[in-house]
Design a binder for this molecule. Structure first.
Ligand SMILES: [Zn+2]
Length: 1160
C-alpha cells in the first residue's frame, strides 16, 4: 500500500497516516482510537473543502485507508460517511477503491445481528442505492456476497415501513438489471412482493410506487419472469392499475408511475404468452382509449409512445390480401438453372401458402441464464463484410477467356481500327439530317454480323434511328430488331380527346360545372393513351376519341381527336410524344401492355420552384399507427373492398398500372378515403417491393385521401427523412405544367402488422412488412394522376431520347449506336460509341482518333433506380452537345456507353431484378450468356478491351440510393480496405496509386450534389460480383466506380435541404463529363510520376491521412430520431425518458442512467 505523505502538513493527511499505520497492524485492537481518528477525518472533510479533496482525489490513497478501517472496525459512525460519499463525483472514487465490496461485507455482518438494526439497514441501502448505478459490477458483487437475499428479507419484513422500503427497492432495482439476478429474484417471489407494495391510485407513497415499478420493470426484462407473471394472471392486474391511475391522476402529477406500469406491460409483451394475455385482457382497447385521452397533452407523449409500442407489438399479424406473393406475372425462361431463384420459386408444392407462415412465429422462449459480459459483440459486425483476403484484393487482370472467343466483339470497336479512307463518309456526314449515315464498320471483317452495324440520323424515319436493320441471324449478339411493322401509322394510333374544351370537351379540360354523368363517362378514357394495334381494345381505352364525344371520330379520329399535347418542344428537345408512342410499340413487356402513361407521353418539365425536404409533423407516425390500430378496435368501420386487382377492373377511386414500368398489384379500399396498396414482386420473384408507378382517377376534390403501400420490405426509408412521393397531374399538364412534382403530406414509413412469409425472407420467421403512407388532396376533379417512387424513365423513353440525340448529331461527332444484344424479353440493349471525328484524314489525326483513352459508362442495372437514367441522360446530352467543353471531351476520349443494362426489368416495373429473377449487379463474376445477356456481353466488351491493351481509363456504373442523401461514389482501394479491416499492420506498407480518388474529388469540387464524405473505397465481400469490383479486379481498371445518386435530396452543398429533381440529376450527369475533362488534363501527361503528383495535389494535402467513410450501400441513415420506426419487440430503452414529473425525487436521474449503462 502506498503510504500517505503529509507533504504540506495537512492535518487530514496526518490523521490518515495514523489510521494507515493502525490498519497495518495485524489486528486493529484499538477500535476506539480508530473511531476517534476517523471521526476527526470526517469532521475535517465535512468542514473543509480542501480536506475533502485531499482524501477523495483519485491520486490519493485516503479512501482506501478509510475503507480498510471500515472493513475491520464496522464503524457505526460509517453512515456519516454517507453524506460525504454521496456528493456527486466522489461516488466514482469510492467505487473504484472497492467501496462496494466493503458495503456488502458490512451488510452481511449487520444482517447477522438479530434483529438487524433498522437504522443500519436504512443507511446501508441508502448508500448502496447511491453506489449501485455507478458500479458496473454491482449486480455480480451483490449476488456473490449474498446480499440479494438480505435486501429481499428486509423488504419482506418491512412492507409497511416506507422509510426503509424506499432505499431497499432502489437497491433491488439495480440488482435486477443483472439478468442472472433478475431470474433468481423472480424465483424468490420478489415480483409478488412488489405487487403487495404497488396498488391503486393514491396520493401517498408515490415515490415508493415509482421505484417499485421500476424494479418490476427491470425484473420483467427476463422472459422467465415475464412468463411467471403472465401465468399468475398479473397482466390484467397491471392493466387495471394503469387504467385506475390514468383516470385518477387528472393533474398528471404521477406520469412516471403510469409510465412505470406501461414499461412493465411493454416488457411482458416481449413474449408471445404476454401478448396473448394482453389481448385477452382487452389491452388494445384500454391502451388505445387511454392514449387517445392523453394525446392532447404534450407532456403525456411518453405514455402515448409506450402505449403505441405495446399495441404495435400485440397487434395480431395479418396476411397480405393476396393469394400468392409471387409476381402476378411469370416469364418462361429459356432454361431454369436448378437451384437458382426461379427454380426455387416455382418448385414449391402447390397448396403451400407463401403469403404468411402457417403457425405464428415461434420465438425462442428459452432463456440462457448466463451473463453476457461482452456487451460489445455487435461492434465487430460492421466490419464483417470487408474483404480481408489480400489475394482477392489485388486486381488479377486475367481475362480467363481465349482471345478467339472475344474476337467477335471487335465489331463494337470499329473506331479503334477506323481509317476513314472511304470517301463518301465525310460527305455524307456533312449532309446532315438528310439521309441515314452509316459509319462503316471496321474493315469488312468476316465476323461482321449484318445488322450490328448501325447508325443513322434521319429525322424522317424515327424508327430507323433507334434500331438496327433487322437481321435474321441468331448468334448471341444478334438481335431481332424492333418490329417496325407495327408502327406504320403513328398519329392515328393514339387517339386522344381534343383538348380545346369547347368543340369536344375532353375530361381534362372540362370546366368544373360539367355534370357528373359526363365526368363518369369521360374519366375512363383518360386513363390511358392506348396503342391502337391492340385492336380488340378499341371500345375501351383504345378509342378515347369517340367516347369523348367527338362525334363519329371513331378510329380515324386522326387530327380532329388528337389531344392537345402541351408544347414542350422548346423545353424538352429530346422529347416527342408521337415518337414515344412509336418506341413503345417496339417494346416487349411480359404483360403485353397496351397503354401508355400520360407522363411518359407528355414528358416531364422540371418545375421552376424549389422542392424542399418535407418537414416532419410532430406525432405523424403515431397518429398513422393509431389509425391502423383502430382497424382492430372498430372493425365495422373497415370497408375492406378490393378496388384494383391487376386481373379485375374496379369501381371507386380507379387505379391502373398497366403500362410500361407500372407497378401496382392491388388496391384495397379500407375506409372511405383510405386505400391499402400492394406492390407486385419483381417478375419471377416473390419480393423486392419498392418501386411503384400507378395511375389514379375518379378522385374528389376537397377531401384527403390516404394511401398506404403495405408491403414494403426495407427497415427504413428516406420517406422518414423528408422525401415525398412524385405525382403527375394530367389536368396540370394540359394546363401547361407537364411535370412531376414532389407531393404528399403526413408521410411516414413504419413497420406494420402484415406478416412476411418466411419463404420470402430467407427462412426468418416472424418478420413484418413496412408501410409507406402518404396523404393527398387532389386539386382537380376528374383528373388523372400518377404516383411514382421516383421520376419514371422507361425503356421507350430511352429509345426516344437516343433517337432524338442521334438526330442532333453534327458532322464533327462520331456516334455509333450498336445493338449489344437482345434481352430475355426480346428487347434490344443499346451500346453507344461517342467521340469526335478525326480532324482530318491525315494519319496523325487518325492515329490520335484511334488512340484516345476509353471511358466506359453504364446505368440502370437496377430498374427501380430511375434517377440513374436521368443522370445518364445528362451525360449523353452533354456529350452530344455543342459546347466547347463537349467538343474537347469528345476529342479527348472515346465513350462506350450502355445506358440501360436491364431493359426488361425497367419495362416490366421491376425494382431490382431482371426476368431471371436475379439482381444483375450480382452476376458480374460469372454472367450466364443466356440468363444475363446484357451483363455477359458488357463484360465481354471489357474483356476484349483488356485483351487488346485498351482497358478503359474510367469505368462507372450509375445507380440510385434509397437510404442516403446526395450523390457519391463507391470505388475500390486495397489500402483503404486494409485499413478498415485491420488485417495486419504489415500490409499497411502497400503501395497504391491514389488515382482512384481523383475523379470523385474533382466531382466534389464542381458538382453541387456530390459529396466526397459519403463516398467509400472499401471492397466488401458482398459486393464482389458487382460491376465495380469485377471491372476493377478482373479488367484491371483502377478507376472503377459505382456512382450513387440519392432518390431523396441533399443535406450539403447548394441543394442542401432540397429534394432532388431531374434537373439536378441531369446536371450531375453533365458535371461528370466536365470532371472527366479535368481528369484528362491530369492524366494526359505521359510522365507518370508527374501525374501522380498532380493527382495528389488535387486530392489535397491530407491524402495520406485521408479518412475513409466506410458505409455499406444499404446503410441506414444515422439520424438521431426520437421516433422508433421499427417497433421490434425487444427494443429496450426505446424511448428516452424525460424529466417531467414534479413529485419524483432526484434518484430518478440516477436510476435511468443505470438503465443504460448498467450491463454487467
Ligand atoms: Zn443500384
Amino acid at each position: 500500500m502506498s503510504s500517505v505523505k503529509p507533504l504540506n502538513n495537512s492535518r487530514v493527511l496526518m490523521l490518515l497516516g495514523q489510521l494507515e499505520r493502525m490498519n497495518g497492524e495485524v489486528m486493529l485492537k484499538d477500535v476506539e482510537t480508530a473511531r476517534q481518528v476517523t471521526a476527526k477525518i470526517l469532521h475535517l472533510i465535512q468542514t473543509q473543502e480542501k480536506s475533502g479533496k485531499e482524501v477523495m482525489s483519485k491520486g490519493s490513497s485516503g479512501m482506501e485507508v478509510i475503507l480498510s478501517s471500515l472493513e475491520v472496525t464496522l464503524l457505526i459512525q460509517f453512515y456519516s460517511w454517507f453524506s460525504v460519499i454521496g456528493r456527486g463525483r466522489r461516488v466514482g472514487v469510492f467505487v473504484s477503491k472497492g467501496g462496494t465490496g466493503v458495503l456488502f461485507q458490512i451488510l452481511i455482518s449487520a444482517s447477522n445481528e438479530l434483529p438487524p438494526s433498522e437504522e443500519l439497514m436504512l443507511q446501508l441501502h441508502s448508500l448502496l442505492a447511491k453506489v449501485g448505478p455507478k458500479d458496473r459490477k454491482f449486480g455480480v458483487k451483490a449476488r456473490l456476497s449474498g446480499a440479494l437475499n438480505i435486501t429481499v428479507n428486509v423488504i419482506k419484513h418491512n412492507l409497511q415501513n416506507t422509510k426503509l422500503l424506499l432505499p431497499c427497492l432502489q437497491v433491488l432495482r439495480v440488482y435486477s438489471t443483472n439478468s442472472v439476478n433478475a431470474i433468481s429474484l423472480g424465483k424468490c417471489g420478489v415480483m409478488e412482493l412488489i405487487f403487495k407494495i404497488v396498488g391503486p391510485y393514491s396520493k401517498k407513497n408515490t415515490s415508493l410506487f415509482k421505484i417499485a415499478l421500476d424494479a418490476l420493470g427491470a425484473l420483467l426484462k427476463s422472459k422467465t419472469n415475464a412468463r411467471r407473471l403472465v401465468d399468475s394472471g398479473h397482466v390484467s392486474v397491471l392493466l387495471t392499475l394503469y387504467l385506475d391511475w390514468h383516470r385518477n391522476d387528472t393533474r398528471h402529477r404521477c406520469v412516471l408511475i403510469r409510465k412505470g406500469l406501461l414499461v412493465c406491460l411493454r416488457n411482458i409483451t416481449n413474449i408471445k404468452l404476454g401478448r396473448k394475455a394482453f389481448l385477452e385482457a382487452d389491452g388494445m382497447r384500454i391502451l388505445y382509449n387511454s392514449s387517445n385521452e392523453c394525446l392532447p397533452v404534450r407532456t403525456l407523449d411518453p405514455l402515448v409512445n409506450t402505449s403505441s409500442l405495446v399495441m404495435r407489438k400485440c397487434f395480431p399479424k395479418n396476411r397480405l390480401p393476396l393469394h400468392t406473393i409471387k409476381s402476378a406475372f411469370h416469364f418462361q425462361l429459356p432454361h431454369v438453372p436448378p437451384g437458382g431463384p426461379v427454380a426455387q420459386l416455382y418448385s414449391q408444392p402447390s397448396g403451400v401458402d407463401d403469403v404468411a407462415d402457417e403457425s405464428d412465429n415461434e420465438e425462442p422462449e428459452a432463456e440462457t441464464d448466463t451473463e453476457n459480459d461482452e456487451d460489445d459483440k455487435d461492434q465487430c459486425n460492421l466490419n464483417d463484410d470487408i474483404e480481408t483476403d489480400l489475394n482477392k484484393l489485388h486486381p488479377k487482370r486475367t481475362i480467363g477467356r481465349p482471345f478467339e472467343e472475344l474476337k467477335i466483339y471487335q465489331k463494337f470497336f470499329s473506331e479503334l481500327s477506323e481509317d476513314f479512307q472511304v470517301t463518301h463518309l465525310f460527305s455524307s456526314l456533312s449532309a446532315r439530317f438528310t439521309q441515314p449515315v452509316v459509319v462503316p464498320a471496321a474493315q469488312e471483317s468476316p465476323k461482321q454480323i449484318p445488322g450490328s452495324e448501325v447508325i443513322c440520323n434521319s429525322v424522317k424515319e424515327h424508327q430507323s434511328l433507334a434500331s438496327p436493320s433487322p437481321t435474321g441471324s441468331q448468334t448471341p449478339l444478334d438481335l431481332n430488331s424492333i418490329d417496325l411493322s407495327k408502327g406504320k401509322d403513328k398519329k392515328e394510333d393514339v387517339s386522344i380527346p381534343a383538348a380545346d374544351g369547347h368543340s369536344a370537351p375532353p375530361p381534362f379540360c372540362s370546366s368544373p360545372s360539367q355534370g357528373p354523368l359526363i365526368e363518369q363517362e369521360l374519366s375512363h378514357p383518360l386513363e390511358c393513351v392506348s396503342l391502337e394495334d391492340k385492336g380488340s381494345q378499341n371500345t375501351e381505352a383504345g378509342n378515347v376519341g369517340s367516347e369523348c364525344g367527338s362525334d363519329g371520330a371513331e378510329d380515324e379520329g386522326g387530327e380532329g381527336a388528337v389531344l392537345e399535347v402541351p408544347d414542350t418542344a422548346q423545353l424538352l428537345p429530346l422529347h416527342d410524344p408521337d415518337l414515344y408512342v412509336e418506341m413503345v410499340k417496339g417494346t416487349q413487356s411480359v404483360p403485353h401492355y397496351a397503354e401508355v402513361a400520360y407522363p411518359d407521353y407528355f414528358g416531364h418539365v422540371p418545375p421552376v420552384f424549389k422542392e424542399p425536404l418535407l418537414e416532419r409533423v410532430h406525432g405523424v407516425q403515431r397518429s398513422k399507427i393509431f389509425q391502423d390500430i383502430e382497424r382492430l378496435i372498430h372493425p365495422n368501420d373497415i370497408l375492406d373492398k378490393v378496388v384494383y386487382d391487376i386481373a379485375h377492373p374496379s369501381e371507386s377511386l380507379k387505379f391502373n398500372s398497366q403500362f410500361e414500368s407500372g407497378n401496382l398489384r392491388k388496391a384495397v379500399q379500407v375506409r372511405k378515403y383510405e386505400y391499402d396498396l400492394v406492390l407486385n414482386a419483381d417478375i419471377n420473384s416473390n419480393h423486392y417491393h419498392q418501386w411503384f408507378y400507378f395511375e389514379v382517377s375518379g378522385m374528389r376534390v376537397g377531401v384527403t385521401y390516404r394511401f398506404n403501400i403495405i408491403n414494403c420490405e426495407k427497415s427504413n426509408s428516406q420517406f422518414n427523412y423528408g422525401m415525398q412521393v412524385l405525382m403527375y397531374s394530367v389536368q396540370e399538364a394540359i394546363g401547361g405544367r407537364p411535370c412531376w412534382v414532389r407531393t404528399g403530406t403526413d408521410i411516414c414509413y413504419y413497420k406494420n402488422h402484415f406478416a412476411r412469409s418466411s419463404i420470402a425472407t430467407g427462412g426468418q420467421k416472424g418478420k413484418s412488412y413496412y408501410t409507406l403512407t402518404f396523404s393527398i388532396n387532389f386539386s382537380h376533379k376528374d383528373d388523372v394522376c400518377y404516383f411514382a417512387y421516383h421520376y419514371p424513365y422507361t425503356y421507350s423513353t430511352l429509345k426516344m431520347h437516343l433517337s432524338k440525340l442521334e438526330a442532333m448529331r453534327t458532322p464533327q461527332i462520331y456516334l455509333r449506336h450498336d445493338v449489344l444484344c437482345e434481352t430475355l424479353g426480346g428487347n434490344t440493349c443499346p451500346l453507344l460509341t461517342i467521340t469526335a471525328m478525326p480532324e482530318s484524314k491525315s494519319s496523325d489525326h487518325i492515329c490520335q482518333f484511334r488512340n484516345r483513352p476509353l471511358i466506359f459508362l453504364s446505368a440502370r442495372v437496377h430498374p427501380g433506380e430511375t434517377n440513374a437514367s436521368w443522370v445518364m441522360k445528362g451525360t449523353l446530352e452533354f456529350l452530344m452537345g455543342t459546347s466547347p467543353l463537349a467538343v474537347s471531351l469528345r476529342e479527348a476520349y472515346i465513350f462506350k456507353i450502355v445506358p440501360m443494362l436491364n431493359p426488361d426489368g425497367v419495362i416490366n416495373g421491376n425494382h431490382r431484378c431482371s426476368l431471371s429473377g436475379e439482381d444483375l449487379n450480382r452476376q458480374w463474376q460469372n454472367p450466364n450468356p443466356e440468363l444475363h445477356p446484357t451483363i455477359y456481353h458488357t463484360k465481354s466488351l471489357l474483356q476484349y478491351l483488356a485483351y487488346i491493351q485498351r482497358a478503359p481509363l474510367v469505368f462507372c456504373d450509375y445507380h440510385g440510393h434509397s437510404r442516403k442523401k446526395n450523390v457519391f461514389m463507391y470505388g475500390c482501394s486495397v489500402k483503404e480496405t486494409v485499413w478498415q479491416s485491420n488485417i495486419s499492420a504489415t500490409s499497411s506498407d502497400l503501395q497504391e496509386d491514389l488515382g482512384y480518388r481523383t475523379l470523385p474529388k474533382i466531382l466534389s469540387q464542381i458538382a453541387p450534389a456530390f459529396s466526397m464524405a459519403s463516398s467509400s473505397f472499401v471492397v466488401e465481400r458482398s459486393k464482389e460480383s458487382t460491376a465495380r469490383v469485377v471491372v476493377w479486379r478482373e479488367i484491371g481498371v483502377k478507376r472503377s466506380y459505382t456512382m450513387e445518386s440519392t432518390l431523396c435530396g441533399c443535406d450539403q452543398g447548394k441543394y442542401k435541404g432540397l429534394q432532388i429533381g431531374t434537373r439536378e440529376l441531369e446536371e450531375m450527369g453533365a458535371q461528370f463529363c466536365v470532371a472527366l475533362l479535368r481528369l484528362k488534363r491530369l492524366t494526359g501527361n505521359r510522365n507518370h510520376q508527374h501525374l501522380l503528383d498532380l493527382e495528389t495535389d488535387i486530392i489535397g494535402t491530407h491524402s495520406n491521412s485521408c479518412t475513409t467513410t466506410y458505409v455499406l450501400e444499404e446503410d441506414e441513415p444515422s439520424f438521431l430520431e426520437e421516433i422508433d420506426y421499427s417497433a421490434e419487440s425487444n427494443d429496450d430503452d426505446a424511448e428516452p425518458e424525460s424529466d417531467f414529473c414534479a413529485d419524483v425525487q432526484e434518484n430518478f436521474d440516477q436510476l435511468s442512467d443505470s438503465e443504460n449503462n448498467h450491463r454487467d
